[in-house]
Write a protein that binds this ligand. Structure first.
Ligand SMILES: [Zn+2]
Length: 251
């Protein structure tokens, strides 16, 4: 079991509410006591943050089996993301990972990754909802806020501040640590609602069936009983969210 799968497994084994947010809150409290850490983190430019996300995405791509363009997953993903390389000014790039996990994630540099386990369970429009939701997290600045927090609180801060203004080349272990803090930490309910609202808007704007937002979340809620949906450990409360979107569509 590689490190990432171990983390996902741990999160699942401990139930949907993983322990990460608690550790996170403690780290954050510590950072708030130390003004210098905060100012160092604020000084990391957007450009440098992007290079850290680029390094994280490249590292994850080596840790997973990426579906090639000739595979059924690669072909389906290409069809579903046709025309999405730029969306509302955001440069996006998509890959599918061949793994049975039901999961997806996005990074602030526009990297969006879908797991084949999720693609197996979802219809095309339900996958589009997931894509719209992940884009929503980027548009709302959620992953950017997290990397800034990680820079404030961890050993990464010294790695980053030791480079005299140039973006550091992070070691694999640092990239794994960053992935855990920035991508595997659970989103808050308010972040989830914000990303869902953007997903609904995405579906309507591109003329896809917005009911897929509801059916995808209902499906995830059903799957959560089987413990197979690691997406839930980072994107919580599908039932409440499905009901909320159902109400919006009925209005
Ligand atoms: Zn989410």
């Amino acid at each position: 079991m590689n490190r990432r799968n171990f983390i996902l497994f741990s999160a699942l084994a401990s139930g949907i509410s993983s322990v990460t947010p608690v550790a996170w809150a403690l780290d954050f409290g510590k950072a708030m006591d130390v003004g210098k850490k905060l100012s160092d983190a604020e000084s990391v430019s957007d450009e440098d943050l992007k290079t850290y996300f680029d390094q994280m995405a490249a590292h994850e791509d080596t840790q997973n089996k990426v579906a090639g363009p000739e595979t059924s997953y690669g072909k389906r993903l290409a069809k579903l993301t046709n025309g999405l390389n730029n969306y509302n000014g955001l440069d996006l790039n998509f890959k599918a990972y061949q793994t049975s996990d039901i999961n997806a994630f996005a990074m602030a540099n526009g990297a969006i990754r879908l797991y084949s386990g999720l693609m197996d369970e979802f219809t095309d429009d339900e996958i589009r909802y997931v894509i719209g939701h992940e884009i929503g997290h980027i548009q709302s600045g959620h992953t950017k806020a997290r990397i800034q927090m990680a820079m404030r609180t961890s050993a990464l801060r010294s790695a980053v501040s030791a480079t005299d203004g140039k973006a550091a080349k992070l070691a694999d272990s640092q990239l794994g640590d960053l992935f855990e803090k920035v991508i595997l930490a659970q989103h808050s309910q308010s972040n989830e609602r914000e990303a869902d609202d953007r997903a609904m808007n995405f579906m309507k704007t591109l003329k896809y069936d917005p009911n897929a937002c509801v059916s995808a979340l209902d499906k995830l809620d059903n799957l959560s009983g089987g413990g197979g949906a690691s997406w839930l450990s980072t994107h919580p409360s599908p039932k409440e969210r499905a009901n909320r979107m159902r109400t919006q569509l009925a209005a």
